[in-house]
Write a protein of this length. Sequence first.
Length: 114
Amino acid sequence: VQLQASGGGLVQPGGSLRLSCAASGNIFSINVMGWYRQAPGEQRELIATITRGGSIWYVDSVKGRFTVSRDNTENSTLQMSSLKSEDTAVYYCGVRTIGNSYYWGQGTLVTVSS
């Protein structure tokens, strides 16, 4: 499975940004799609997941501000609103397959700053 995230950029605090993740390859093996982020000097953290059946989970710090979605071609979007400076990070999409293999794509940088 290959993944490509896009949509990052510079946004002011309180603004919105939409990230996209395009999956290719053996997309029929994808079970869970997830979004991760890694802030400078921090470990990568999982912030949102969406299962094949549509169940969604968010880390507390993004609940109510971020919305994850997924379509039937296994593309995912992360709509981010009310962005804060602490949301500044490199954002990655990742998947877990039915066979419990994990794949990540290259990240896209989100900078929240005035």
